[in-house]
Design a protein around this ligand. Structure first.
Ligand SMILES: [Zn+2]
Length: 348
């Protein structure tokens, strides 16, 4: 069991690392790579689980420390979305998150001149910490969306693994948007995502936030939901609030009032956030690896709970589709997996 786990881990680790390096996206991302996980390692154990639990969706704990039961998968394809990096098996989330992504994709196509979205990492089948790429995404309420529009054709599974990320930043300039890649449609997509009441935060690169502050001429009531964060220059990260009735989901304080185009943004354009520790300073102690026992107690029960029969059975809209009810979603593919760009994440 353990050796199978370690083998799975090594394989996944190599694949992820290859994908990361292939995409040339290392700096600014919190990549927690290591050769051998400790026994009890939460990311090794949650990362090896391939299917969600049966039962109703529940989030346990916080965005950056928790787990998830009753997850559903975003279908790999829809009329206005495609799920990316399917081998990662991270297209799982709360039904509220999946519904939000599908709605965003439809609205963006209908109103914002954005042909459809490419969806990156959501959560693992039972949430929990990941081998690489994210501190959060643990309770099914975070999702990454590429800042690359969906192509007009269906990408193959191989293309979904290798399509490179496109940074919105100008090369060789400090925190500056590349106006050759940034468009008004990008701005509309972000504000569309911010417009939904259940969306509490959207993490973007500080240069993107500044661009929005400088150029957005529409209603600025939701601009404050756009939060500057390291990385996030080729994708943005949507975080929704704990759904009603989620007693075990730990909420995050709402963002401060205002558009956020203030001192808190200006700070990112000072040396402070980018300063390397001085050689005289002791490097910070490496944090101890997170164990399953560090997570909310319920997470061990989530790991022990019986699985759904298949990924297909737990794909969002599958039941309705089986009953012949139109859902707006395309037929579900049999691919077992899901997801994205590495990104630091945001506990702010
Ligand atoms: Zn993210």
């Amino acid at each position: 069991m353990i050796s199978a786990l370690v083998r799975t881990f090594n394989l996944v680790s190599k694949l992820s690392l290859a994908a990361t390096i292939g995409a040339g996206l290392i700096s600014g991302d919190a990549l927690a790579q290591q050769a051998t996980p400790m026994p009890g390692s939460a990311k090794a154990i949650f990362g090896a689980v391939t299917l969600p639990t049966q039962g109703l969706p529940q989030s346990f704990g916080f965005y950056a420390k928790g787990c998830l039961s009753g997850a559903v998968a975003l279908p790999t394809d829809g009329p206005t979305w495609e799920a990316m990096r399917l081998s990662r098996n991270r297209r799982w989330g709360r039904p509220e998150m999946i519904a939000l992504l599908e709605r965003l994709s439809r609205d963006a196509a209908k109103y914002d001149g954005w042909p459809g979205i490419l969806v990156g990492d959501i959560s693992q089948p039972r949430g929990g910490p990941m081998f690489n790429g994210h501190a959060s995404h643990q309770i099914g309420l975070d999702a990454d969306v590429w800042l690359t529009p969906m192509p007009s054709r269906t990408l193959t599974a191989a293309e979904r693994e290798t399509l490179p990320f496109t940074s919105m930043l100008a090369k060789d300039k400090f925190l500056t948007i590349n106006d050759k890649v940034w468009t008004p449609e990008h701005a509309r997509l972000l504000m569309r995502a911010a417009s939904y009441p259940e969306v509490e935060r959207i993490f973007v690169n500080p240069a993107i936030k500044k661009k929005m502050c400088d150029t957005w001429t529409g209603d600025r009531a939701n601009l404050g939901k756009l939060r500057p964060e390291y990385g996030h220059d080729s994708h943005f990260h949507i975080r929704i609030r704990c759904p009603a009735g989620s007693a075990n989901c730990k909420p995050q304080a709402p963002v401060a009032a205002g558009d956020g185009c203030d001192k808190s943004l200006a700070w990112w354009f000072t040396p402070a956030p980018w300063a390397k520790p001085k050689p005289s300073e002791k490097p910070p102690a490496k944090p101890r690896e997170v164990m399953v026992s560090d997570l909310p107690k319920a997470c061990q029960a989530v790991l022990n709970a019986p699985s759904v029969a298949s990924a297909r059975a737990a794909t969002f809209g599958a039941k309705a589709a089986a009953a012949g009810t139109p859902t707006g979603a395309m037929p579900v593919s049999s691919a077992d997996t899901g997801s994205t760009p590495p990104g630091t994440v945001p506990q702010q």
